[in-house]
Design a protein around this ligand. Structure first.
Ligand code: 3HC
Ligand code: NAI
Length: 694
């Protein structure tokens, strides 16, 4: 074995050279890998004893792509496209031997080789689009030549990977290797030599693209198909353009075109946001005072109390992961209703072919319904999801403390209540924490892990680990009213209410926020959630629009009338002239002079207070780092990932600008806009939120 660089070495097995890449953790194509690959192939070319080369990786995976950490820094030669041209043009057969994930530049390396073999568990994908980019090392040009643009388009423009079996079926790979990959790949290389197979240079394949050249509808149709999921994103359209380029341009020109599109995306703010977010989502699991090797508590059985909206969804998460759940309700009738909703949800999934009836039975079989809290005696983790009522929750925790075995974790799904107060009802506050799921709990990926003042480190580490097991993105937060997410969200809700009375139209508010990138506007969202959430009939005095609407029996989508009207069974909002009147009346009653509100003001009024609250949360130590807040917003509140999250967005706008606008609003509208001291401090020091990420 000869070391070429610190990440690449060359091994000879008779006539076959093995180019080993070893750059943990994912063999990203950083400088030492690129240089080693180029030099290794040059070496093999010169060595008369070597007749074929196998490119293969150490560790858990083939190359997972370019080194994303190098993006945005001055590029260092050799560039990946040039290295892959060396592969393409090599006179001796190169065989890519893939295990794990051949992603991005890794897949492009395989596509630039002359043959590809893989283990059965390997995956192939071009996830660049998820980073706001497109494959920039020939992927958009080679893949359509290999499998045709129709099959290449979804891979390039959605970034979703395919399995080895599918790759074999589509002709992406030549063979699946059972057993040892290196041995199998060397045997394959020998076969190529023995059979004198011609080099299969993908760059020179023309059949598939020629067939597509007279069919521009392929692209028109695909654009239509992509439109909804790609709304607001720049990269997917660039991906389609690049594949179009593959069909209509000679290879070398296509490569140039791909490069231009790639560079443009790389310079833009969307890719910067999405690359930032990629690391933010990985950083969130790292909590400074929780060592990586913290012993975890084994969670084999889970108890869930309350089979309502949240309890049902939470139950589904665990049984989906194969963990049995004991579900407790007060009455058999409520239990039956809750179990019925769960079954219906699974049946819908099965009717779409995403699950078999046997899967449904298996999951339902993992749920044991009961009306006896005592049945939770052997649970390792209990999650309470009863009504948002402190006295009720306290009573339940007192009972749980007596029923549950020592060492079992007791969690509450409360949205706003004080977790420390709940923990204090037990003799084991160190085993108590908040697990704040988001609705619908079986769909939303966010989970706020609420750390109580006394929660023990292994309990927190276990919560973070179990979240991963049930496919949630867990963000650790501290105790305060509404924790991080809802506390920030309350800022927007307050401003939306005020803007409606000041003169912004409902449609304008919805359009501006939708165009900003949220999945729906704030008014539509209020109608969807239900206007009576947090409304109290006894204390309601017609002082806010929420009160006015609820007093008039307008509860939102659920009864067909809220801010908007809805036809039965429809979710499409229709203007409600009667509500316009109610708004005008309340405005008048409050002595407000209605005015035209600009779109820019709507964005600033709705977003900047969220940022400001985020700053307060950070200085209070409720969240670990700004990027954690961004992860919360992307996964819990529909913040468009191409804007990174509110804290990233603030950096992009410029904290000095955010501060100046907040001060201006404070003067005009009062102290709810008072800038957070942390915001003032960062501006004074010329720093941004990102400087606090670690
Ligand atoms: N560059 C740099 N670091 C990377 C990386 C990459 N391409 N991919 C993963 N990493 C790092 C992660 O940040 C993480 O680091 P940490 O341990 O310090 O937090 C570590 O590798 C492990 O990653 P994961 O936690 O994600 O591990 P998993 O096993 O869950 O997933 C994976 C592995 C499927 C490879 C996943 O990491 C992944 O999807 N990576 C991104 C792949 C990608 O986007 N590739 C395209 C890059 S762009 C490109 O290739 C451009 C080219 O066309 C020119
Ligand atoms: P829900 O009203 O839909 O369900 C509550 C269920 O608890 C009801 O089925 C009720 O019969 C049951 N219950 C009441 N007392 C009980 C007891 N002593 N033992 C067993 N079951 C009992 O309420 P939802 O929306 O599911 O909320 C539950 C909790 O989750 C609340 O604390 C809420 O704040 C929180 N939450 C709610 C979210 C939402 O969007 N609905 C989002 C995140 C958290």
């Amino acid at each position: 074995m000869v070391a070429i660089t610190e990440a690449v070495s060359f091994e000879k097995q008779g006539e076959i050279g093995l180019l080993w890449i070893d750059n943990p953790p994912v063999n990203a194509l950083g400088y030492p890998v690129r240089k080693g690959m180029a030099d290794g192939i040059a070496m093999a070319q010169k060595d008369d004893g070597i007749k074929a080369v196998v490119v293969i990786c150490k560790g858990g995976t083939f190359c997972a792509g370019a080194d994303i950490r190098e993006f945005g820094k001055p590029p260092k030669e050799p560039h990946l496209p040039d290295v892959l041209t060396v592969f393409d043009q090599c006179g001796k057969p190169i065989i890519a031997a893939v295990h794990g994930t051949a992603f991005g530049g890794g897949f492009e390396t395989a596509l630039s080789s002359h043959f590809r073999v893989a283990v059965p568990t390997a995956q192939f994908g071009l996830p660049e689009v998820k980073l706001g980019l497109l494959p920039g090392a020939g992927g958009t040009q080679r893949l359509p030549r290999l499998i045709g643009p129709e099959k290449a388009l979804p891979m390039v423009a959605t970034g979703n990977p395919i399995s080895a079996a599918q790759a074999l079926k589509e002709g992406v790979i030549d063979e699946i290797i059972q057993g040892d990959l290196a041995e199998g790949a060397v045997a394959f290389a020998r076969k190529v030599l023995a059979e004198k197979r011609p080099l299969r240079r993908v760059s020179q394949m023309t059949e598939q693209i020629e067939a597509a050249r007279s069919k521009p509808e392929i692209f028109a149709n695909y654009r239509k198909q992509l439109a909804k999921a790609a709304r607001g994103f720049e990269a997917p359209e660039a991906c389609v353009q690049a594949v179009e380029g593959a069909v209509n341009k000679p290879f070398a020109e296509g490569l140039k075109y791909e490069r231009e599109l790639f560079q443009k995306l790389m310079m833009g703010s969307q890719s910067a946001a999405q690359r930032y977010y990629f690391f933010a989502e990985r950083q969130v699991a790292k909590i400074p005072d929780i060592p990586k090797d913290t012993p975890l508590i084994d969670i084999k059985k889970v108890g869930i109390i309350g089979a309502g909206t949240m309890g049902g969804g939470i139950t589904m998460n665990f049984v989906n992961a194969g963990i049995p759940v004991t579900l407790v309700e007060v009455k058999q009738e409520f239990l039956d209703r809750g179990l019925g909703v769960i079954k219906k949800n699974y049946d819908i999934t099965a009717s779409k072919g995403k699950m078999t009836p046997a899967d449904v039975d298996k999951r339902m079989g993992l749920i044991k319904g009961t009306t006896r809290l005592e049945d939770l005696a052997d649970a390792d983790l209990v999650i309470e999801a009863v009504f948002e009522n402190m006295d009720l929750k306290k009573e339940i925790f007192r009972k749980l403390d007596a029923i549950c075995r020592q060492g079992a974790i007791l969690a509450t799904n409360t949205s706003y209540l004080n977790v420390n107060e709940i923990a204090a009802q037990t003799q084991r506050p160190e085993y108590v924490l908040g697990l704040h799921f988001f609705s619908p709990a079986n769909v939303m990926r966010l989970l706020e892990v609420v750390r109580g003042a006394k929660t023990a480190i292994p309990v927190l580490a276990t919560a973070m680990a179990i979240a991963k097991k049930i496919k949630k993105i867990a963000v650790m937060v501290g105790v305060c009213h509404g924790f991080a997410g809802n506390r920030m969200f309350a800022q927007r809700k307050r401003e939306v209410d005020k803007l409606v009375l000041e003169g912004a139209s409902l449609a304008q508010l919805d359009k501006v926020m939708y165009d900003f990138g949220f999945p729906m506007g704030p008014i539509q969202l209020l109608d969807l959630i239900g206007l009576d959430l947090g409304w109290n009939k006894a204390t309601s005095k017609g002082e806010t629009m929420q009160q006015v609407l609820c007093e008039d029996g307008r509860l939102g989508l659920k009864n067909g009338k809220g801010y908007y009207n809805y036809d039965p069974g429809s979710r499409v909002p229709k203007p409600a002239p009667e509500v316009e009147q109610m708004i005008l009346e309340l405005s008048r009653k409050k002595g407000l002079t209605r005015r035209e509100v600009s779109d820019a003001e709507i964005i600033q009024r709705c977003i900047y207070p969220i940022i400001n609250e985020g700053a307060k949360i950070l200085e209070e130590g409720i969240a670990v780092r700004p990027s954690d807040l961004d992860v919360i917003w992307v996964n819990g509140y529909g913040w468009p990932v191409y804007r990174g999250g509110p804290m990233f967005y603030a950096d992009l706008v410029g904290l000095d600008k955010v501060l100046a606008v907040m001060k201006d609003f404070q003067e005009k509208y009062g102290d709810t806009f008072k800038p957070a001291p942390l915001l003032e401090k960062l501006v004074k020091e010329g720093k941004n939120f990102n400087s606090l990420n670690n």
